[in-house]
Design a protein. Sequence first.
Length: 265
Amino acid sequence: MKLTDQEFDYLQKLLYEAAGINLTKEKKALVVGRLTRRIESLGIASYGEYFRRIAGHADPQERQWALDALTTNETYFFREPRHFAFLSETILPAVPAGASFRVWSAASSSGEEAYSIAMVLAERLGQRPWEIVGTDLSTKVLEKAMRGQYPMERADKIPKPYLRAYCLKGTGEHDGTFLIDAALRKRVRFQQANLLGPLPKVGLFDVIFLRNVLIYFDLPTKRRVVDNLLPFIKPGSYFFSGHSESLTGLVDGLVPIKPAIYRKL
């Protein structure tokens, strides 16, 4: 089965409209590798026929499967550690006693970012009221996030005190894995969301993390995504982007205060 240039062009438009992602020509081999076996298993004769099947809303489950297969979800615990240091040393000490604190991990992937934030909040805020919401386009990675169980090699970036306090080493059939502590998992809520579309009613936040996802979007899509998120940030609260992403001049209402850290006016 051959993926023609015309079929690939159709997929490019489809993925851009659905997720805002620019699929370059260099990704053609990736598409073939991730979709061919699936298409053949469904008894579909061509890529074009499959793309037309997932283009509309006639088969939402298959459409979601394709989006899961074609979107990148690279993440790890405590990625860009200066962000977590700023959260711990600057933001959290200023939280008024008794006030609730909420963080949105807006592209949470398989949950490593959200649980990293949770460890910091647990250390600093303890039993005070706090909550983390994690969202992602991919339902597949969200299922992993909800389980909170990871291969042991994923623990390498977790500071040792956090590892001892909030991670449980697997035994028996779970040997070689670790599980995020149940009390911590209860503070983190995951749900599916497309940052380009109408967003779920998740309330207001003191911090939004949107890191290492804008690099996949063109300028208009970046602006649309950030504009969508801004109404969910309290005035005076914080917005984190990835260190390779700049929001300067992209939207009004965010002031840079540190590399990849912004404050809402």
